[in-house]
Design a protein around this ligand. Structure first.
Ligand code: GAR
Length: 220
């Protein structure tokens, strides 16, 4: 193989629900602009809409219901086994609402991605939009980051912001932020799939240059 050719990477996308971010990846894959194949979509909840989106696109699906496991560790072991069975190069958490064990996170170090609906380091955890409104912030947004064992604390890759409008509620704001999520998440993973993105120690390198701590900022 020459330096110019690289094999297409395989992704596992993990979901818990509606899967609009998953759909953004599917759309990019179908127009050959993702540079990767979605090898499998895994849900921890049965019968969610995201599983149907994957099936409609002809992508393999697996349901690993967390309620059937005695511990987080056993659930995560099953997840790792499944992801490895599909020989995935990277793992994309797309609205996957389970906290992962350090064993899982370390297993996929440097190739495990998450999107979080806030301008991290602001508002890790839940109810991000309501918290931004309650704090009278002028803007909200989303962050794609590498995952580390500490929740929503991994090095940022890319952020996008949106204005908070007068009269906004959490639902309206979430919709506005989601539109940006659908742009920045496939973009970040595409960089990885093109071998342009790396995690070294705590630095994120894009084309061998360190990104700022809040990641690349998507232009308005
Ligand atoms: C997205 O807004 C994503 O950022 C968020 O869940 C939503 C999933 O939507 N993720 C988290 O809150 C993770 N902490 P989707 O299922 O339509 O992609």
């Amino acid at each position: 193989m020459t330096a110019e050719t690289h094999t297409e990477k395989k992704l596992a996308i993990l979901i818990s629900g509606s899967g609009t971010n998953l759909q953004a990846f599917i759309d990019r894959m179908q127009t050959n602009s993702l540079g990767a194949e979605i090898a499998v979509v895994i849900s921890n909840r049965p019968e969610v809409k995201g599983l149907q989106r994957a099936a409609d696109a002809g992508i393999a699906t697996e349901t690993i219901d967390h309620t059937g496991f005695a511990s987080r560790e056993l659930f995560d072991e099953q997840l790792i086994e499944c992801i490895n069975r599909y020989q995935c190069d990277a793992v994309v958490l797309a609205g996957f609402m389970r906290i992962l064990t350090p064993q899982f996170v370390n297993h996929f170090h440097g190739r495990l991605f998450n999107i979080h609906p806030s301008l991290l380091p602001k508002y890790p955890g839940l109810h991000t939009h309501q918290r931004a409104i309650d704090n009278r912030d002028k803007e909200a947004g989303a962050t794609v980051h590498f995952v580390v064992p500490e929740l929503d604390a991994g090095p940022a890759i890319i952020q996008a912001s949106v204005p908070i409008e007068p009269g906004d509620n959490a639902e309206l704001l979430a919709q506005r932020v989601l539109q940006k999520e659908h742009i920045i998440y496939p973009q970040a993973v595409q960089w990885f799939c093109e071998d342009r993105l790396q995690l070294t120690n705590d630095n994120v390198l894009l084309d061998n240059r360190a990104l700022p701590k809040t990641g690349f900022l998507l232009a308005e």
